[in-house]
Design a protein around this ligand. Structure first.
Ligand code: ADP
Length: 159
C-alpha cells in the first residue's frame, strides 16, 4: 500500500490545498493530511479546529484522512508507514524553501521521498496568509476556501 503524508500548517485549509490533496489521492492508495504542531508558530486557528475543518472538507475523498503531529515530519511518516511526502509548489518563490526542506528530509531519511504537485491555475495564487488577510479585512473568502471553512469563519469572530 502506497501511503503519502501531506504535511503543513493548513491555517486554514484552502481550495489550493484541497486540489493538491485530490491529485495526491488519485496517485496514492492513502493520503494523510497532517497538521504540524509547531510550537514556534503562533497560529490563527487552533490545531483542533484546523483538523476538524480539514475532516469536514475531505468527506468525499475516501482514501484521505486527517491528523496532526508533533516533531519531525519524517519520524511521523515512518510511524505511519509512509514513504512519500507531498508538498505543493505555486511559484519559483516556493521552490528554494521546498527544495531545501526536501533535501534536509532526504539527508535525515533517504527512504522517504518528497513529491511536488501543482494546482489548477485558478487555485495557484491562494495561500492561507492571503485568506487571513482578506478575512480580517472583511473581504469575501468564499471562492478561496472549502465551504466548512467559510461557514466556520463566518459564524465566529476569530480575529
Ligand atoms: P507550511 O507552513 O508547511 O508551508 P502550508 O499549509 O502553508 O504549510 O502549505 C502546505 C503545502 O501546500 C506547502 O507545500 C505549500 O507550498 C502548498 N500549497 C499551499 N497552497 C498552495 C497552492 N495554492 N498551490 C499549490 N501548493 C500550495
Amino acid at each position: 500500500m502506497r501511503i503519502a503524508i501531506y504535511p503543513g500548517s493548513f491555517d486554514p485549509i484552502t481550495k489550493g490545498h484541497l486540489d493538491i490533496l485530490k491529485t495526491g489521492a488519485e496517485i496514492f492508495d492513502k493520503v494523510i493530511i497532517a497538521v504540524a504542531r509547531n510550537s514556534e508558530k503562533k497560529g490563527f486557528l487552533s490545531i483542533d479546529d484546523r483538523v476538524k475543518l480539514i475532516r469536514e472538507s475531505i468527506k468525499d475523498l475516501e482514501n484521505v484522512e486527517a491528523d496532526s503531529f508533533e516533531g519531525l515530519t519524517i519520524e511521523y511518516a515512518k510511524k505511519k508507514g509512509a514513504k512519500v511526502l507531498i508538498r505543493g509548489l505555486r511559484a519559483v518563490s516556493d521552490f528554494e524553501y521546498e527544495l531545501q526542506l526536501s533535501q534536509a528530509n532526504s539527508a535525515l531519511c533517504s527512504d522517504i521521498k518528497t513529491v511536488f504537485l501543482t494546482t489548477k491555475p485558478k487555485y495557484n495564487f491562494i495561500s492561507s496568509s492571503t485568506i487571513k488577510e482578506i478575512y480580517l479585512n472583511n473581504g469575501d473568502i468564499s471562492k478561496f476556501v472549502p465551504e466548512p471553512v467559510y461557514e466556520f469563519l463566518k459564524s465566529r469572530n476569530v480575529s
